[in-house]
Design a protein around this ligand. Sequence first.
Ligand code: NDP
Length: 476
Amino acid sequence: MTYDFDLLVIGAGSGGVRCARIAAGHGARVAVVEARHWGGTCVNLGCVPKKLMVQATEYGEWAEDSRGFGWDMARGTHDWERFIGRKDHEIERLNAIYVRLLEDAGVRLFTGHARFEDAHTLLIGPGPLAPHAEPRRVTAARIVIATGGKPVVQPHIEGQELGIVSDDAFHLKARPDRITIVGSGYIGVEFAGIFAGLGAQATMLYRQKLPLRGFDMDMRQALDEAMGERGIVRHAGALLHRIERDRSALKLTLTDGRELASDMVFFAVGRQPNAAGLGLDNTRVRVTDSGRVITHAGAVTDEPNIFAIGDVTNHQNLTPVAIAEGHILADRLFSGSVREWCFDTVPKAVFFSPPLASVGLTEDEAAAKGPADIYCARFRSMRHVLSGRNRHTTLKLVVDGTSQVVLGAHMLGEEAPEIMQGLAIAVTAGLRKSDFDRTVGIHPSSAEEFVTLRTRTRVAGATGASSHSGVQEVPA
Ligand code: NDP
């Protein structure tokens, strides 16, 4: 049987675009179909616009901090509409770059919503990008599902329709004066920082005692303090029960009966895979109850010619992971050699100000495996001694007590993501604490602390017990 294409990718996000380009580079006849926006979540409703928003917040702080260095700058006011316009302009530029990258690679582009008719045939019909598209049928030998995910609206909350999710937050007409964010994962923490940094009163509601469940406990503690320093009101151990309209504002009732007033409620309670409406019933592809496409080794689904990569598989929902998965799959299908990636040491960053970044094991994860040597430092950087800002840097190494291999590195402080990318190489390479110790520092920098940590702070897990202060996690 001959098909229109060797490979058809559904979804032009980070993973899909990389898969298509690499496959085309290997000589395959490739097509991509996209329903909503070229570049997917990362470019349009995620990493890129989020980082621009975080950067927007930094200028206000720098103006304030400059006084300590002799400048007479005032913080001034922020023009939300002007900023959003400039941000949108940049996103449009990136959309065009994605289209050009694919076209230059020889990939055929289809706009519209794709639906499986059988394991090799897609019906491409109208979608948000092409509302009046004439339906057309396209066949391919292999098909990749790279449709990503979308924000979850918290269920079982009366008045939940009055809240927004991250997709909406990028296009608000005006900045709310008071915003209440539900959830303290990546999105909750990052947007609390964004709204607070642009002048809103930001309040967070979350069910744990500390934000960012899953990250190292010392970093969570340090982040909690940094949030307080930025004026973010945190209600730990709190659950929202009801939202009601109250004239031009909203009235929020918590499950313990407390009431709060806010202008906007933002649900940041996780994301779900985008697998509905793809016609998967017409194939043997299986999906879990939570909507995740089930894959096996090699990203293959239960249908041997259909593959899935990125957030739709709900493994590690990060852009660079989706890119790596797309690249590996294209190599495996169309070339003899497969580029290698290590998924055990994927570095992570949460773009608060100051940001948090980490790679490898947390103290508790290491302690559960055996004794671990913990090295911690907390200091005020040179900049903030003069700026007068009450901002600290916290950093930490988690070292295997027996082999002395560095299992994890964690930092909350300015430039933490930039520093962690380099440290991730050392942790991925399995270097030992002695390799860190024999590395000469760069002075003066915050990063040099990672190679000058001489005195062990404590030993964790020697008795099998966690070394921590006993913060109890609330089950998810
Ligand atoms: P996360 O999974 O990171 O966090 C979800 C938050 O919502 C947690 O605080 C969780 O609480 C809470 N929550 C979940 N269900 C409920 C509920 N029913 N009631 C109350 N609270 C609830 O999701 P995000 O939406 O923040 O982000 C989604 C994913 O997107 C991330 O996991 C990450 O993979 C990716 N992302 C990555 C970024 C980056 O790399 N910088 C930036 C943004 C997103 P609890 O902890 O108690 O479960």
